[in-house]
Design a protein around this ligand. Structure first.
Ligand code: FPP
Length: 255
């Protein structure tokens, strides 16, 4: 028998008639494009970095929400390979956020059995960012609760090109035969090796595009968009997304 998680208090204008979250059909892997920090700050007459700072605190709230709602993997798009084009002050600020986040929240994440990992080009991150993240990865590597997976310096096209280059090299030196190359083997060459594909992809801020995020992995993911800007996102809205996911019929091309 499926258990129901605590009743979800609806907003007055909520069009869903029922927002109970059934434990049996929870998206195991949720990926989020956390968008709208800049607009959130601009609306308040604040510098863009104030939006990123607020966005960092929302990360903590959504990690908790994911744990509360039995999500197993949470992949957050924190910095794309294209984000280097932003002004240096903003890039520098974004690169300091992981360290700041971990400085504040790592003890609590450890206490709650969260494992921290990243996808993306780790080598090209500044040393201080790498060190803070590596420390957190090492400290949490034996945890088996929620996997908190930051996409940092991540770009899906880069990831796919990198996979193709590695596959080519492995074929050249006979570590891999071309006949053995199939979708499953190809997936093993991606940053997400070993991870199930996202069941649900959320994007905040009203934009409805993928922005070079997990292009291969979301082939059969369910998408959920909200106009809410990331710094205003919260557990209640997260649960709306989970509830909506639970009404979907995933057919993977079948009937
Ligand atoms: C996109 O919004 C957001 C980002 C590029 C950065 C996202 C980062 C965080 C939410 C904080 C991450 C926290 C940790 C711990 C790594 P935007 O700046 O493009 O917003 P806009 O479209 O309104 O300008």
């Amino acid at each position: 028998m499926s258990m129901k998680l605590p009743f979800f208090k609806k907003k007055q204008n909520d069009i869903n008639s029922q927002c109970d979250i059934e434990e049996k059909n929870i998206p195991k892997h949720v990926a989020i494009i956390m968008d709208g920090n800049g607009r959130w700050a601009k609306k308040r007459g604040l510098p863009r970095i104030a939006g990123h700072k607020e966005g960092m605190n929302v990360v903590k709230e959504i990690v908790k929400a994911a744990r509360n709602n039995h999500v197993e993997i949470l992949t957050l798009y924190a910095f794309s390979t294209e984000n280097w084009k932003r002004p240096k002050t903003e890039v520098d600020f974004l690169m300091r956020l992981p360290k700041e986040f971990l400085h504040i929240y790592l003890p609590e994440l450890i206490e709650n059995n969260v494992r921290i990992d990243t996808i993306g080009n780790f080598t090209d991150l500044p040393n201080h960012t790498k060190e803070a993240i590596q420390y957190a990865k090492d400290k949490t590597k034996n945890n088996n609760g929620l996997l908190l997976n930051f996409a940092l310096n991540y770009g899906s096209r880069f990831e796919i090109m990198r996979a193709i280059k590695e596959i080519t090299m492995d074929i050249d030196c006979s570590k891999l035969s071309i006949d053995a190359l199939d979708e499953k083997v190809f997936s093993e060459y991606l940053y997400t090796t070993g991870l199930r594909d996202p069941d649900l992809l959320i994007r905040t801020s009203g934009e409805q595009r993928l922005s070079n995020f997990l292009l291969w992995q979301v082939a059969y993911s369910e998408f959920w968009f909200t106009d809410v800007l990331w710094p205003d996102f919260n557990e209640e809205i997260f649960r709306e997304a989970l509830h909506d996911y639970q009404q979907r019929k995933r057919r993977y091309g079948g009937i």
